[in-house]
Design a protein around this ligand. Structure first.
Ligand SMILES: [Zn+2]
Length: 467
């Protein structure tokens, strides 16, 4: 049984897991199968942030020989995930199998990955041959015109990426009347809204499916080919639990997603809280109309990065913001992230309020780097940086690292100008005045509901040039 072997191995070789189990008074011998999994204490990403790397890797691991995945996206807490080459290959094969659930492709085929972060790109390269597939990565900070040219030149069979990035690309593609004819578009990493799915289907003229992927596991679940509202859990990759408090939610009731990665023994994620919400819709053993038999999910709500807006009304993918924070973070010390956790909230007046839990003493330099980095989005957007010790816990348990309180700019709304009251040159000084200040109470409560309705009212805009 995969879980029992994983738990025994982690207990023997991974110090933090062993200490966690001992603190809870649980011996690995008590875990004989999935039914016992609830006895294992929960963990989340903070456990890694506060621990030395050797303590959460398998004791005989040489990080230099590992494959590394940098957590991408909008969690606001960077993390490097280590895997052995064999585990990394297995992860790719599981993804390939998930793709083939939704389309049949002759091997080898070409996957275009849109929205790749700069750090991941530097590690994995712009193109990569996996044997069964050629992967072409499109940097999320590349000017969108160049992104379109690269996609067209790649003749992709599959286009995949965060929907916020694919949609920006699709809009440009439609405007230029460019031709790309993929067999499948796979949205991942963010919630796929119905309007975005329709738009991508219209532009790419193929099926658009939603996959539940995360950096910690790879493919968690794939969309049912018959029912767009259901995702089938990739049970060879992970065990998915949905919890309310400490208890498992009954089918159809949404709760917090807790994952156990079954194949990564190098850096175990066992009962790991992902920060997403979902509901189990099928119990294991129930057959779906597509023939799949096993646990299935409904992503009722999730971690939804939101678009930010430039001063002249163009939208900014949250993934681009995440890349720029990562770049700034590594500019302070190239060996580690100077940002442990962050949140970027665009205020009603367009200003970017950045709250950072730092991992460096050099706060002045970090503030300058973040300000300069975000200035690439739009030099006219004022940036305020606030260093904090912690973020307040939202009543929902969710944390949104990047979002906008601003209405999408329209012609009849006032816009930021270069002469706006908070000039960027001043902002970092005011930010540094508040160093290590106490945590503000979340004034953002209730915003998520408001944003939901605003989101639907947004109009389409062009993307941000990064030159
Ligand atoms: Zn199905």
């Amino acid at each position: 049984m995969a879980l029992r072997r994983l738990v025994n191995d982690a207990y023997a070789h991974v110090r933090t897991f062993r200490e966690r189990m001992r603190a809870a008074g649980v011996h690995p011998g008590a875990i004989t199968g999935v039914a016992d999994i609830e006895r294992i204490p929960l963990m989340d990403r903070r456990a890694f942030a506060s621990t030395n790397r050797p303590d959460y890797l398998r004791a005989d691991t040489d990080p230099a020989l590992c494959r590394r995945v940098q957590t991408s996206g909008t969690t606001g807490m960077p993390l490097d995930i280590f895997m052995s080459p064999g585990e990394s290959l297995y992860r790719k094969l599981l993804l390939l199998r998930a793709i083939r659930k939704n389309t049949t492709l002759p091997l080898p085929f070409t996957i275009v990955e849109v929205g790749t972060g700069e750090v991941a790109l530097s590690r994995r390269g712009a193109t990569q041959s996996l044997g069964f597939a050629r992967v072409v990565r499109i940097p999320r900070l590349m000017p969108v015109v160049e992104q379109v040219e690269r996609v067209i030149a790649s003749c992709p069979d599959v286009v995949t990426g965060p929907p916020s990035c694919i949609e920006i690309l699709a809009d440009e593609l439609a405007e230029r009347k460019g031709t790309v004819a993929p067999r499948l578009v796979i949205s991942r990493g963010e919630m796929l809204r119905a309007a975005t799915r329709d738009r991508l289907r219209e532009v790419f003229q193929c099926s658009v499916v939603d996959y539940y992927n995360c950096d910690e596991v790879g493919n968690v679940a794939w969309q049912c080919p018959r029912d767009t509202a259901i995702m089938h859990v990739n049970t060879d990759a992970c065990i998915v639990e949905v919890l309310a408090g400490e208890r498992r939610c009954p089918p159809g009731v949404s709760g917090r997603v807790v994952l156990t990665n079954l194949y990564n023994w190098t850096m175990p994620f066992i009962r790991y809280e992902l920060g997403d919400r979902a509901a189990l819709v099928h119990e294991s053993g129930t057959a779906c109309s597509c023939g799949h038999r096993g646990a299935s999910l409904s992503l009722l709500e999730g971690r939804e990065g939101d678009y930010l807006w430039t001063s002249d009304g163009r939208r900014i993918s949250p993934r681009s913001v995440d890349s720029l924070i990562a770049i700034a973070s590594l500019c302070v010390d190239s060996n580690r992230y100077a940002v442990r956790r962050y949140q970027v909230v665009q205020q009603e007046d367009g200003r970017l309020h950045v709250r950072v839990i730092p991992e460096t003493e050099n706060l002045k330099l970090l503030a300058e780097r973040i300000e300069a980095s975000l200035g690439r989005l739009d030099a006219k957007l004022p940036v305020d940086i606030e260093f904090v010790d912690a973020f307040p816990v939202e009543p929902s348990g969710k944390f949104c690292a990047i979002y906008s309180k601003q209405h999408p700019p329209h012609q009849d709304q006032p816009r930021l100008t270069a002469g706006s009251k908070s000039a960027r040159g001043v902002s970092s000084v005011t930010a540094l005045r508040g160093l290590r200040c106490s945590v503000r109470r979340a004034s953002d409560r209730g915003d998520s509901e408001k944003r939901e309705s605003e989101r639907e009212n947004r109009t389409r805009h062009g993307d941000v040039p990064f030159d």
